[in-house]
Each structure stands twice: as C-alpha cells, then as structure tokens.
Design a binder for this molecule. Structure first.
Ligand code: PLP
Ligand code: COI
Length: 340
C-alpha cells in the first residue's frame, strides 16, 4: 500500500477517502460477517429506513502513532458500548462489541500509511456507523441494516487549533426533554445545523445549547461537552439527561482526579458561567478547545483565561490526555488498544 500524498503538517478536519473500510450487513435477524472493501460508495434502496426516517447512529474515535512507533486506538470499547446503547434507543440491532472492535482493528491495520506521524500531532479519525438499509414506507424500524467503519486522517477540529473560541447562546435546542440528546444519532446533528450556520453567520465559532425544558442550564455544543474550572481549581462539568456522555469528558474527569483536582458533575446555570476561571469544550474531535467568551444575546461573558491561550488547569489536563493518547504518559489500565 503506497502512502497517499497527505500534507501532514496542514491537516484540518476534513474527509478524504482512504484505502480500506469495513462493512457488515444485518439481514434475516442476524449479522453476517464483516469484510474490508476498497469502495467508499454505499448503494441502498430508495426507500431505505435511513433515507426516509433517519434511522442511523454513529461513533467517532481516533487511532494514533505513538512516539515509540506503536499504533494505538483510544478507548474503542467505550465507543462500542455507547453505539450499542444508541442502537437500542433507535430500535436497531446493536453491533456486537467484538464486531465493533474487530472493525477498528481491521481498518486501522489496513490503513497504517494513512495514520498521521507522531510528530504531526494528528490522528486517524475513525467513523463507525450503523444505518437502516432495508426499505420501510410505514413508520417502523427497518428489517435490514448495514454497519460500516471508515477512517480519515485529521488534525485540529477548529481552524485556529487550541486558540480560545467565542460561543453564542443558541435560541434553538439541539435535543428535546426525554428525547435522543444522550445518544449519538445523526438526527441530533441534523437538528443542530441551522443553529450552527446561524451562529457562524453571526461571527461565532459555536453554539452553547441550553437545557430544552427551562433554558437556564448549560448543556453542550453541537459536537462537544463542557468543562469549567473554578477559581479554586475544581473541575465542573454539566449534568443533564439530554447531553452526550462524552468519552473524552469522562476520561478527563478521571485524569483530573488522578492529578489531585476536585471534580463535580452537576447542573450548571448559564448565569454562573462568568464566575468560572476557565471554560473549554471537550470531545474526540475537539480534544480540549478553550472558550474565551460566551455571548448571551448581546451580553458578553468573558472568561478570565482570556482570548489568547488556554488557561493553566485545562492546559494541564490537555497535556496529560495527549500524552496518554500518544504514548508518552502511562495510560490507566485498558485505555489503550494496541493494533498490530
Ligand atoms: N457531545 C456531542 C454532541 C458530540 O458529538 C461529541 C462527539 O463525539 C461529544 C459530545 C464528545 O464525545 P466524545 O468525547 O465521546 O467524542
Ligand atoms: C467526535 O468528536 O467524534 C464527533 O463526533 C463530533 C463531530 C462534531 C465531529
């Protein structure tokens, strides 16, 4: 496999097809065996459940080249479990955990030349997804499904890397109370696109979504959870039933505790955001991205950490997480899956 021409130093967050991807089909009540294919095109019936009723769930995780030349994936078992839960909520046959991990291993192993070198700071972003491939015209779950997993090399999610960003408090909700905000379903992202484009056209980097029931508590952005840091260096993250249980956030809270920081998961009011010393977004794609300012209908909430750089506590968490992912800091048991 010859390495494709990739400009490793200038990777952003964009899709480019790479050599191999994994595909498995569910039919007659069971999963068939998965295979690798060269073909990036999906061919499905015009009445497929994904096209008509949006029956789809997905995941996002990364594989890295470590300093000592190993290839590792970060906590893929957590993604397998979350996709299992997402599938159940949308009445889809969950992908067995073994098949999910097998797909990760096979795709990473077959695309080694597409994994950014250690020095570039990039990663191979893996996108597993499960969708209804069989036809349905009455509103009901499909009988047939496809699970696929592809990869694409990525660098930073936000164009200015880890420079602080500005958010606006959205007038739109990304999730409904008792809805699907806590699972990773494509429909949640379709919901957020108008809010995203509106924020962008008004000059903001991202949205801060509030709780859909009362619009008083902070939820998350369209693609990441929040972390806040108090003046006393306690790490606070919002608690809500309608946000995605971020694997990065759960990992960072664990890291924070092991570094001796106090942590708390609790409802966070919009009106207390200005009391924090630092704020950031966290997720697989975003890693940690500092938030410098939140604009609530013209009222500016400026974080003391400012618009120039990430604050000291988030920087410590960021460096520790990156070190664990890139193999320069010892990982907690089970966090790293080595792929040969
Ligand atoms: N919240 C949303 C809405 C997301 O799309 C993501 C990305 O996956 C996250 C949070 C962060 O989750 P994770 O850390 O598991 O990538
Ligand atoms: C991820 O972080 O993996 C996500 O799925 C977020 C998406 C907005 C890229």
């Amino acid at each position: 496999m010859a390495n494709a021409k990739v400009d490793w130093a200038n990777l952003g967050f964009a899709y480019q097809p790479i050599s191999k991807r994994y595909v498995a089909n569910y039919k007659d009540g069971k999963w068939g065996s998965g295979v690798l294919t060269d073909d990036p095109t999906v061919r499905i019936n015009e009445c497929a459940g994904i096209l008509q009723y949006c029956q789809e769930v997905f995941e996002g995780l990364k594989a890295y080249k470590t300093k000592d030349g190993r290839i590792v994936a970060f906590r893929p078992d957590m993604n397998a479990e979350r996709m299992y839960d997402s599938a159940k909520r949308l009445e889809m046959p969950p992908v067995p955990k073994d098949m999910f991990l097998e797909a990760v291993d096979q795709v990473v192993a077959a695309n080694k030349d597409w994994i950014p070198p250690f020095e570039s700071g990039g990663a191979l972003y893996l996108r597993p997804y499960l969708f209804a491939s069989g036809p349905v015209i009455g509103v009901k779950p499909s009988d047939e499904y496809q699970f696929r997993l592809f990869g694409t090399p990525v660098g930073s999610y936000f164009k200015n890397g880890i420079k602080p960003i500005t958010l606006c408090v959205s007038d739109f909700d990304r999730a409904a109370p008792h809805g699907t905000g806590h699972i990773k379903a494509g429909l949640n992202y379709a919901m957020s696109l108008h809010a995203y484009m509106t924020a962008h056209s008004n000059g903001f980097d991202e949205n801060m979504f509030l709780d859909p029931a009362t619009r008083t508590y902070v939820e998350e952005t369209g693609g990441a959870n929040f972390l806040f840091v108090t003046e006393e260096h306690k790490i606070v993250t919002p608690k809500s039933d309608s946000i995605l249980p971020s694997i990065t956030r759960r990992s960072l809270m664990h890291i924070a505790e092991s570094l001796g920081y106090e942590t708390e998961q609790r409802p966070v009011r919009l009106r207390e955001v200005g009391d924090f010393a630092e704020a950031g977004l966290c997720g697989t794609a975003a890693v940690i991205c500092p938030v410098g300012k939140v604009v609530d209908h013209g009222k500016e909430i400026c974080l003391p950490s400012g618009m120039e750089k990430m604050g000291p506590v988030l920087t410590k968490l960021y460096e520790t997480l990156r070190g664990i992912q890139l193999g320069t800091i010892e990982a907690p048991e089970g966090w790293i899956r080595e792929i040969k």
